[in-house]
Design a binder for this molecule. Structure first.
Ligand code: NAD
Ligand code: ZN
Length: 358
C-alpha cells in the first residue's frame, strides 16, 4: 500500500507492506553517493536485507552503525554523523538512508537536515512506533537538559516501511508502537475507536491486522501533516496524550517506560481531564483503560512519582509557554481541540487517575 504525503517542502510516498524495501533502488538512481545510518541492533538483524535492497546504485554505500534506541540521539552521535557524511564524500547530490526505529530515524533525519544545509534522505522504519515518527518531517536529538530540544523540519524523499522487519520486534516494542496507532484512531474517528478498543488483542494480532492499523495511522498522520506541516494548528492534535505522557516518561528516566507506554498513560489522563473540563462521558475513558489493562500497559507505574514531580516536567514541555499549559482534550473520539488548563485542573485529573488505576 502507498500513502501520499503532501507538504510544502515536498510530496512523497510512504510505501507499506512486506518487501517494501525492494523499492529502494529506484530512489537512488541519481545519487552520487549513498550513505546509511543504522541502529546497530537492526543492522545485525536485518542489515543484509537492506544491503541487497540497495542494489547496484548503493552497493558501495557508506555505512554507520549507531547505538541502539534512544542512546544515539546525542550531540556526540550527531557530530559523528556529520563527520561520517563528510568522510564518505557525500555532497548535495547524495542520499542518506535511515534504518531503524524512531530514535535512529530522528538522528539520521537531523543529520540529513544539517549536513551541507540539507541533503535528501529516505526513512526505512523498523518499529511499529516509527509509523508515526518516520512520517511528517520532524527530526531531533536530545540535549542533556531536555528531550528533542534541537532539531529541524526536514521531509524525507520517501518512506519505505517493510513490515517483514517487524517480525523481530520484542513484545514491549509492539505495545509501545500500538499506543500511537490507538492515538491516531482516537483523534480521528468516532466510529472506529470503540471497535478497536473492545476487540484488539496485541498478542493475537496477525500481520495483516497489524498492517491495517499501521496504514490507518499513517493516513491520519499524513492528512494532518498535509494541512499543517509546521504545527501551527491541527498538528497539535497529534500531541494527544503527550503532555502527561512525556512527564511520566521523563520521571521514569527515559527507558524505564517506553514512549508508547507513557503515551497510553497520558491518553487516559487526557480523557479524564476531558471529562472534567469538556463534559466528556466516561465510556471512552473506561474503554481505553480496559484496553490498556488487558494488553499489559503498566498503568500503575504512575504511583512511583508525585504529582509535583510530574507537573514540574509538564511545565518544562516545549509546547508550554509563559506558564500556561495547553492540553489536547477529546470530548469524544474524533473531535480533539486544544485547551488551556490550570495547575488545579491538572492536579484534579492526576488524583482521579490514581484512584481509577489504583
Ligand atoms: P527506538 O528507535 O528507540 O527502538 C526501540 C528498540 O527496538 C531499540 O532497542 C531498537 O534497537 C529496537 N528495534 C528496532 N527495530 C527493531 C526490529 N525490527 N526488531 C527488533 N528490535 C528492533 O524506538 P521507537 O519506539 O521506534 O522510537 C522512539 C523514538 O521516536 C523516540 O526517540 C521519540 O522521541 C521518537 N519519535 C519521533 C517522532 C517524530 O515525529 N520525529 C514521533 C514520535 C516519536
Ligand atoms: Zn509520540
Amino acid at each position: 500500500e502507498t500513502v501520499r504525503v503532501e507538504t510544502q517542502e515536498r510530496s512523497y510516498d510512504v510505501v507499506v507492506g512486506p518487501g517494501a524495501l525492494r523499492e529502494l533502488e529506484s530512489f537512488l538512481a541519481d545519487a552520487d553517493r549513498v550513505a546509511v545510518i543504522a541502529d546497530e541492533k537492526v543492522s545485525a538483524l536485518h542489515g543484509d536485507r537492506l544491503r541487497s535492497a540497495l542494489g547496484g546504485a548503493g552497493r558501495d554505500a557508506a555505512w554507520l552503525d549507531v547505538p541502539s534506541g534512544e542512546s544515539c540521539k546525542t550531540l556526540e552521535w550527531f557530530g559523528h554523523s556529520q563527520q561520517f557524511l563528510l568522510e564518505a564524500g557525500c555532497t548535495r547530490k547524495s542520499v542518506l538512508i535511515a534504518f531503524g526505529g524512531g530514535a535512529c530515524g530522528d538522528l539520521a533525519g537531523y543529520a540529513a537536515a544539517a549536513y551541507m544545509r540539507g541533503i535528501r534522505f529516505i526513512q526505512c522504519p523498523t518499529t511499529i512506533l516509527a509509523h508515526d515518527s518516520s512520517v511528517g518531517g520532524k527530526t531531533a536529538i536530545n540535549l542533556p537538559g531536555g528531550k528533542n530540544m534541537t532539531g529541524a523540519f526536514h521531509q524525507p524523499i520517501a518512506v519505505l516501511y517493510d513490515t517483514e522487519l517487524l517480525r523481530t520486534l520484542p513484545e514491549v516494542e509492539i505495545r509501545s508502537g500500538m499506543a500511537e496507532a490507538v492515538k491516531h484512531v482516537l483523534i480521528s474517528s468516532k466510529e472506529d475507536a470503540p471497535e478497536m478498543l473492545h476487540t484488539l488483542e496485541l498478542d493475537k494480532m496477525g500481520e495483516e491486522e497489524l498492517i491495517r492499523h499501521i496504514v490507518r495511522g499513517i493516513r491520519v498522520k499524513a492528512e494532518i501533516v498535509g494541512r499543517d506541516e509546521r504545527e501551527g494548528s491541527v498538528r497539535k492534535y497529534l500531541n494527544f496524550g503527550h503532555t502527561y505522557g512525556h512527564a511520566v516518561e521523563a520521571a521514569a528516566g527515559y527507558g524505564g517506560l517506553t514512549h508508547g507506554e507513557a503515551v497510553m498513560i497520558g491518553m487516559i489522563y487526557a480523557l479524564i481531564l476531558s471529562e472534567q473540563k469538556a463534559g466528556a462521558g466516561r465510556e471512552l475513558t473506561d474503554a481505553l483503560q480496559e484496553f490498556a489493562a488487558r494488553n499489559g500497559y503498566p498503568l500503575k507505574s504512575v504511583k512511583d512519582y508525585s504529582f509535583e514531580e510530574l507537573f514540574g516536567y509538564m511545565k518544562k514541555d516545549k509546547k508550554a509557554s509563559f506558564g500556561d499549559l495547553h492540553f489536547v482534550l477529546l470530548p469524544e473520539a474524533g473531535a480533539p481541540y486544544v485547551s488551556r488548563v490550570t495547575e488545579e485542573d491538572c492536579r484534579e485529573a492526576d488524583r482521579e487517575f490514581r484512584i481509577r488505576t489504583g
